[in-house]
Design a protein around this ligand. Structure first.
Ligand SMILES: Cc1cc2nc3c(=O)[nH]c(=O)nc-3n(C[C@H](O)[C@H](O)[C@H](O)COP(=O)(O)OP(=O)(O)OC[C@H]3O[C@@H](n4cnc5c(N)ncnc54)[C@H](O)[C@@H]3O)c2cc1C
Length: 385
């Protein structure tokens, strides 16, 4: 058994790294962080180039403009994009696109997929409501058919990126007499009349959103996968979301930057056995996590949808991020708390401080870690629910 990537994958990763090096300018990163990836001139040009190379659609079916390459290429693509903090559509690309491929009508595929791989269309996930988080099946936002249109009324919360997305991937109730079987999934343009989006500021300095729906009208055809058929689609999208959230790149870079910083800025500390042990422990954890991420990619490459494995990767990744950020604070010392806004004073662009604030949020996104552990017990170990 050979655990090394085959030549074509290694060559692709090499090409990708050269490409990113060329495109990763301070101006592009600035535009990315200022717009949350919604775009601007530089991000559009970057996406155009990605599209010209066919990289965003390389693992998709040919009839959707794809190149039908092994999904492991997409794993490498996401891994590198995350490592270098480049805009690639994130959950629109890793969660919504595969769900449209799996459940969308031919018209929906034709309408949305090209826009996703060209970077023109982005989706915010509208599942959670003030009274429906973990128990999502109790959601109340409802859609009623009026002629050829659905009329949507209700409220969502934590609709992250709604203010910078073109569309909402919205879970709504279409039958109040059934729980799971009364939910449909609809695609709603964020600029549809009746959609109101308000920011909710969070501890990491950025914001998520609450969204309100007052007599929002969308065409009948915007239901994905059939009326009252939304639950399995949501589960499919959530499993892919968890895999996407667990991409190793962002953690691996934080770790690499930490080690590099300590070696160059604190060489006198490199003999400290406590520091050495802590770094070795983190190296081990990153490798373990990468194995889980790869296992998920492999399941997807075999045409499957990981369930327990997706939850494992989500728990492992989110908790690893927190441990890494904590360790960075310990090992860097007081400068670790300087934010990137202070320019050159902050060790490695303030990423230690930023991740320290950001890490807790990943415990909730994609479903809380308590619930992921329940899924592992039930779907992975076969324990009773
Ligand atoms: C910053 C941020 C961004 C988010 N982005 C999005 C988004 O883009 N789209 C979206 O739809 N949602 C989003 N969410 C919502 C997220 O998915 C929910 O917060 C999560 O599903 C939990 O729901 P809740 O907050 O209502 O907590 P609750 O369901 O009320 O749970 C509260 C606590 O009780 C625990 N708990 C609940 N039930 C059980 C149980 N049966 N067994 C054991 N423990 C239990 C939970 O683990 C949690 O710790 C986001 C959340 C945050 C904080």
């Amino acid at each position: 058994m050979d655990f090394e990537w085959e030549t074509e994958y290694r060559e692709f990763r090499q090409e990708l790294r050269h490409f990113i090096k060329e495109w990763r300018t301070p101006e592009l990163l600035e535009e990315y962080s200022a717009t949350y990836g919604a775009g601007g001139e530089l991000i559009s040009a970057f996406h155009e180039e990605l599209d010209r190379r066919g990289w965003m659609r390389m693992c998709w079916p040919r009839e959707q403009g794809g190149l039908e390459k092994n999904p492991l290429f997409q794993y490498l693509f996401v891994e590198e994009m995350e490592y270098w903090g480049m805009p690639y559509g994130n959950l629109t690309f890793t969660s919504i696109a595969p769900s449209i491929v799996a459940f969308g009508s031919d018209d929906q595929k034709a309408e949305y997929l090209p826009g996703i791989y060209q970077g023109r269309l982005t989706f915010a996930l509208g599942y959670s409501e003030p009274n429906a988080g973990t128990d999502l099946a109790s959601l109340r936002t409802r859609a009623e058919l009026d002629g050829d249109e659905w009329v949507i009324n209700g409220q969502k919360i934590w609709t992250s990126l709604a203010d910078v997305s073109t569309h909402l991937w919205l879970a709504v109730r279409t039958d109040s007499n059934a729980r799971h079987g009364g939910i449909s999934l609809m695609i709603v343009p964020t600029d549809a009349p009746g959609v109101t989006i308000r920011p909710l500021y969070t501890m990491y300095g950025g914001h998520t959103c609450e969204t309100f729906y007052d007599d929002v009208r969308i065409p009948k055809e915007n239901v994905v996968g059939g009326v009252n058929q939304g639950w399995p689609i949501i589960m499919h999208a959530l499993n892919h979301e968890r895999v996407g959230l667990a991409a190793t790149g962002a953690y691996a870079r934080l770790y690499d930057q930490l080690v590099e910083y300590l070696k160059t800025e604190r060489p006198e500390r490199m003999a400290d056995p406590v520091l050495r042990r802590q770094l070795a422990e983190l190296e081990l954890e990153i490798r373990e996590h990468r194995t889980l991420a790869l296992q998920n990619a492999w399941i997807i490459s075999q045409g499957g949808t990981p369930i327990a494995e997706a939850s494992m990767a989500k728990v492992s990744g989110s908790e690893l991020r927190a441990r890494l950020a904590n360790a960075a604070m310990d090992l860097i010392g007081r400068e670790g708390g300087i934010s990137g806004e202070s320019g050159g004073h902050a060790p490695f662009e303030g990423r230690a401080e930023f991740n320290f604030r950001l890490a807790p949020i990943f415990r909730f996104g994609g479903g809380t870690n308590e619930i992921q552990r329940d899924i592992i017990a039930a779907a992975g170990l076969g324990l009773p629910r």
